[in-house]
Design a protein around this ligand. Sequence first.
Ligand code: UDP
Ligand code: LCN
Length: 733
Amino acid sequence: MQAVVYDGCVAFALRPTVGRYFHCRICVSSMQVDDLTISEYLMFKEKLLEIDLEPFNSHFPKLTRPNSIGEGVKFLNRHLSSRLFASNNADFHPIFDFLLTLSYNGQSLMLNDRIKNAQEMGRALDKADNFLNDHDPETPIEEVAIGLQDMGFERGWGNTVGRAQNTMHLLADIMQACDPETLQAFLGRLPMGFKVVILSPHGFFGQQNVLGKPDTGGQVVYILDQVRALEREMLARIWQQGLTGVEPQILVVTRLIPEAQGTSCDQRLEHISGTHHAQILRVPFRDDNGILQHWVSRFDVWPYLERFAVDAGGEIRAELGGRPDLIIGNYSDGNLVASLLSFHLNVTQCTIAHALEKTKYPDADVNWKKLDEDYHFAAQFTADVIAMNHSDFIITSTFQEIAGTQHTLGQYEDHQSFTMPGLYRIVHGIDVFDPKFNIVSPGADSDIYFSYDQADKRLTSLHPEIEELLFGKEEAPLAKGVLKDPSKPIIFSMARLDHVKNLTGLAEWFGGNKRLRELCNLVIVGGVVDPEQTTDREEKDQCKKMHIIIEEYGLQGELRWLVAQKNPVRNGEIYRYVADKRGAFVQPALYEAFGLTVVEAMSCGLPVFATICGGPAEIVVDKKSGFNIDPYHGSQAAETMADFFEESTKNPERWLQVSQGSLARVQEKYTWTLYADRLMTLSRIYSFWKYVSDLERRETRRYLQMFYILMMRPLIAKVEKQQAEERARKQQA
Ligand code: UDP
Ligand code: LCN
């Protein structure tokens, strides 16, 4: 619930359940209660520019039940199938037209010009069916390809007679009476989406030596794992489609950073290991002074993005030999660039937020002026609203990312309506009932993060260096604190050292709980130990704070703090080493959008204690596959940990139970194989949807374009001005 007091009245925004709002006003003098529209409610907060996307979407189909939020594709299939059903038997049929568009380097993949319209296609399908009936279903497609071509069918129907015939049956069924399952099965088989662009502009994006830097965490891990899984899925589909000479191409597009700090971020092209057809393409940030040489925080990238989109667009076309079939944006900057590119190239756009900052920083909208100098949230939130509305589909890692829980707001839901006083108010920013939302959860690389009890796969040769790392005497600048009693189980945590990750909070909870300190050691991996070694303001602050906490609580001997560990393979073995010693992983964040470390630790069989604020609350089933902890009640969290370790000491079965619960949970829900299959199917369905509904979406896009020009550009100019003033101040000093 939110309340605003104004002019002798109190206005309430009540949220009886997920995604549902009710607004009212009570006049204090008369005690009269009036219902309010959302717009009237927001008028209480300020009287400013109002952005409303609702009128553009009012004729679009919407989900109606909160529990179907995040299953947009199911709903869309139902809607599309009834729409196709209505257009049945006509000469025009959207599927026929769509199939004509499917090609690879100018070569048609489904139909050729022997078939002129949908009715002819229907007759040709019958003819082809009779023809294929005379062949064994296992017959390779090459043996019948010429016969099929004479009837108007090209090579993309399947790799064997049986599969091609089956695909044709699906189409014939759709043309007769379209049902959602058949439509999904048919669209899922179509040969398309061979050229994929994945945008992640802010650095550092690389394959080595980058993890744990201020802005380089899960997004990089996610994208690299995603690329490998997608390539496997694309190759499997191309093979099943019976296509020869067709190769997938995946480009991860990021910024080139000349001052690369020992990483490969100054190289234009880098092959992605574990793939055959995927590369990182780096394009520099430019401004009127030329190429930007150094890393800048993700909060400061806004002035560079429009030019980056233009430059990257040219380089992408050159690398791919044409335009991509699908553009996937990541995080606010990537999603804005994806919107600009997909608008210009008319390509299907997928949005992945990873984390929407508005939810991470409570009341960041109303307090935007206070925060703007450091974070430029006005530009970021504006970019987010533009991208989420421009995108054809949005994938999220959890349900809560869209619509929260009974008691917490979802990240997208948080953009339904909000206000930045003095700037503008959003009346309908995004609708969580929009069918563009789909939950597609990531996993953890199973070659790296596997259970501690898989003895044959264990990297025992790394144990001496891991023991040195955990129990050695090395201190600053690489570590702080030497553990007095290495025999105790370890509470382990690893994250970027920023305010929201709350590693300093964990140190405080541990410091304040005598029982826990007696039972365990605390090992924290994060950031830098010497504050002079970072230029990031939050990392510097947190680093200094950690030193103070260690001193205040006298944690030397019980806590070991290690700088960011950038080798994922060794990190995997560290999780398992901690599991060998019957330890646990803690994710103490004040807000965690998803939380890959939670999935990594669970995949290694570690019991986890993870924040209830955000995605981990959904990943972890409390007391079965780990424990939910409230970062705003740290002493209670520390008690929960102490109870668990005490119980496990008395009854080792308890630890095993939770560890097995962890493993089972990730195997069931969080794997990259499931992810890739689903993303490839979604990209086909939403591309088809874009094709049949593009005219209707055009109005929204025009409105967004106006919003970009009238609001986003001035905000970017403001950031630019502030950065120029800062530079001038530094030069003077
Ligand atoms: N990570 C790492 N070394 C570090 C800190 C983090 O390798 O010192 C990795 C971690 O294993 C995980 C990712 O960075 O794969 C962090 O992802 P998560 O989703 O937990 O958080 P994010 O940083 O994306 O907010
Ligand atoms: C960004 C975050 O903040 C994390 O919560 C996610 O796990 C990560 O991206 C990958 O999506």
